[in-house]
Design a protein around this ligand. Sequence first.
Ligand code: AMP
Ligand code: MG
Length: 329
Amino acid sequence: MQTVISPIDEQSLERAKNIISSGGLVAFPTETVYGLGADALNEEAVRLIYATKGRPSDNPLIVHVHKDFDITRLVCDIPGYARLLAEAFLPGPLTMVYKSRGVVCPAVSCGLDTLAVRVPSHDGAQRFLSYLDIPVAAPSANVSKHVSPVTARHVYDDLNGKIQLILDGGKCAGGIESTVLDCTGKVPCILRSGLITRDMVAQVAGECDEYHMAAGEKVRSPGMKYKHYSPRCKTALFKYEDRFLALDRYRECTAQGSRAVIMCDDAVAADMEDARILSLGSSESDIASNLYDKLREGEKIADIIIAVAPLKQDGVMVGVMNRLTKACG
Ligand code: AMP
Ligand code: MG
């Protein structure tokens, strides 16, 4: 199968519609990462997502819809706080989990009675979803366990020959996956952290819990239990306080002849002397936006990525640290 990367225009949208309506997969940009979309009402198409990615069959998918789509067609029991949150943050990088009406096929939610719904804000995603006007099931458009893709080229590197079409909407500005918020309880509960932070949710909803799996408990967000976001080279992760140990490790690795690189923000980079740096930038949003791009760059140029955590650990950095720990921990 030949994989084509195409800008988003009338012609590529028509092609995308044909592929999706015949049960195929199309990669598309969002403001977080690239998604691998299929018709959420077509069981075989949804199964093809899992097969193409090598995704475990018990890790449910998020359904993506355009901004004018009536989500009460898909889900019910929407609490008052969820309406307020939707008004405040949608379209945007927030996925909300509700009780499912069972309209989309069971493979989307892996048989759970809930459904995760997202309304992306990326203009290209909106155009794609509006053109199709159906719910589109989509995980990140990478091979399972690899680093999520933030450019069309990243998708191509992972899925060349496996899908027909990648809609190219440039580099994703957000850079880490959406916040996943359980809206089935009295209080919203963060299942996966992201760019919409716990404080932001609490400010609108009054309260916000954060889920941490207790020992022996059945996991509420199945994706959490899997290895994720891993570059295809060795990795090491150091705390900010241990940044000089990271520099020692870099020196050891290079002395042994291995190609090492330090991935860190600009503040840490200032302490790294002449070491080779993969810079994440300075601001919180830069760090999130650059993380996956730099992990993918690192695996191409180095035998080991030595990551150093930023000093700041709250807000958006909760999501960044969650990814960094899974990638390099
Ligand atoms: P990905 O598609 O790789 O961005 O992962 C989707 C994330 O959403 C995973 O962490 C899933 O566990 C989570 N998710 C999807 N559907 C549900 C659901 N119905 N209930 C809880 N978590 C979900
Ligand atoms: Mg993913």
